[in-house]
Design a protein around this ligand. Structure first.
Ligand code: BEZ
Length: 211
């Protein structure tokens, strides 16, 4: 059965471009983003890994450790990283798992045989400091992911983990948030001292609490 939100992210031991480690141990108290790539030396993947490297400061700011996976071996990853650095004008600064035995791909259900027997799809798992899965996302091999959207979701996840708010459609960091239905009207002033607006009894907005 595939993994669902709230499940504990399966732990594993893996060989990576930055050495061998246990996933949970490596994560420590950080958030994590595990994301798969169909194969080394492919064009879309090359741009995705380059973009991830360029966004290192953004992931660091959010205390997110990034870990890529594809089912190619370590020597192939090492050669490919040279191409990524050259063509994307960056320096790959996160580990890439050599999952040639497909252990991680199987644990996380990243091979969808009706799409491809051999390659992983573009899966993303965002994992909280409690090691539970907070987001899953699956894209086909032909569509590169939007890394600004991944950062936006992480902002939302981290905000909603700390405050009784949710984020509305197209929300961006700094914009008003929705007060979750579980908060009683009478508790709003104490919980949201920046103020609030009642649009409908079930639709109550407040300025972003941590800004
Ligand atoms: C790519 O990364 O460019 C790619 C990989 C598999 C199928 C199509 C594109």
């Amino acid at each position: 059965m595939s993994l669902r939100l709230g499940d504990v992210a399966p732990d594993f031991k893996a060989a990576t471009t930055e050495g061998e480690f246990n996933f949970h141990e490596w994560l420590g108290n950080s958030w994590g983003m595990l994301f798969s790539h169909p194969a080394d030396f492919t064009p879309v993947c090359t741009t995705e890994l380059g973009m991830t490297a360029k966004l290192k400061d953004e992931f660091d700011k959010r205390n997110v450790k990034v870990l890529a996976v594809s089912i190619d071996p370590l020597d192939s990853h090492r050669e490919w990283v040279k191409d990524i650095n050259e063509t994307q004008k960056t320096f790959v600064n996160f580990p890439i798992i050599a999952d040639d035995d497909r252990n991680v791909a199987t644990l996380y259900d990243m091979i969808h045989p009706n799409a491809s027997e051999k390659a992983t799809v573009r899966s993303v798992f965002v994992i909280g400091p409690d090691k539970k899965i907070k987001l899953t996302l699956t894209y086909p091999a032909s569509t590169g992911r939007n890394f600004n959207e991944l950062l936006r979701v992480i902002d939302s996840l981290q905000l909603t983990a700390s405050y009784s708010v949710a984020t509305p459609a197209n929300w961006q960091d700094g914009e008003d948030c929705v007060i979750v239905p579980a908060v009683k009207d009478e508790d709003i002033p104490g919980k949201f001292p920046k103020g609030h607006t009642v649009i409908k009894p079930y639709l109550r907005m407040t300025p972003q609490p941590n800004k």
